[in-house]
Design a binder for this molecule. Structure first.
Ligand SMILES: Cc1cc2nc3c(=O)[nH]c(=O)nc-3n(C[C@H](O)[C@H](O)[C@H](O)COP(=O)(O)O)c2cc1C
Length: 178
């Protein structure tokens, strides 16, 4: 059975509505481990060895966070800088990395609506364009990249039933990886 590791980069999950709702729908799955980065590293002192060990023990790595300033949250950046080291996660010499072949999936909650995230909309870019840094990071690390899972409109009154539907889709997706 494939083991799924969800790395969560929400600054305070106890105050989260949408990331918490998504996690509530999947955390009881036997093959899923939820790892709350902000709770583990409130001082941002990410333990690279411990994080690399965790990744090595899992087959599917999920990177879940709210979109902050069209990007990931600050601790996730620190996590990338500390954990995804040359020689382990990537190299330029064509060697197989330690993350090669693991499924990598980005899961984001987005304050703006889908209409905002268009060429003509308020943001002027799609969410995929803005999250291309994740895509290139996962590509460099030789992940098997999965489509980005998005929940839009979290600051614009996304209907409760849409959150419930997203939770069910998230659960079905992670179950399909088992
Ligand atoms: C500091 C900060 C920056 C944010 N930047 C963005 C942004 O660039 N684009 C966007 O659509 N929403 C932005 N938001 C809204 C969050 O994405 C939204 O509140 C979050 O997805 C809600 O998830 P939660 O209920 O789990 O906290 C921002 C929120 C905060 C607090």
């Amino acid at each position: 059975m494939s083991k799924v590791l969800i790395l969560v980069g929400h600054p305070d999950l106890s105050r989260s509505k949408h990331n918490a709702a998504l996690l509530d729908g999947v955390k009881d799955l036997d093959h899923v481990t939820v790892h709350d980065l902000y709770a583990t590293y409130p001082d941002f002192a990410v333990d690279g060895d411990a994080e690399r060990d965790l990744i090595a023990q899992h087959d599917v790595i999920v990177f879940q966070h709210p979109v902050y300033w069209y990007n990931t949250t600050p601790l996730f950046k620190q996590w990338q800088d500390t954990v995804l080291t040359y020689g382990w996660a990537f190299n330029y010499e064509g060697r197989r990395s330690r993350t090669a072949g693991k499924k990598g999936m980005v899961v984001v909650t987005i304050g703006g609506t889908q209409d905002h995230y268009t060429c003509e909309g308020l943001v002027g870019r799609t969410a995929e364009e803005l999250l291309n840094n994740w895509d290139s990071t996962l590509r460099l690390c030789q992940f098997d990249i999965q489509p980005v899972f998005k929940l839009y409109g979290t600051d614009f009154g996304v209907p409760h039933e849409d959150v419930v539907t997203a939770g069910k889709q998230y659960r079905a997706l992670l179950t399909s990886f088992s």
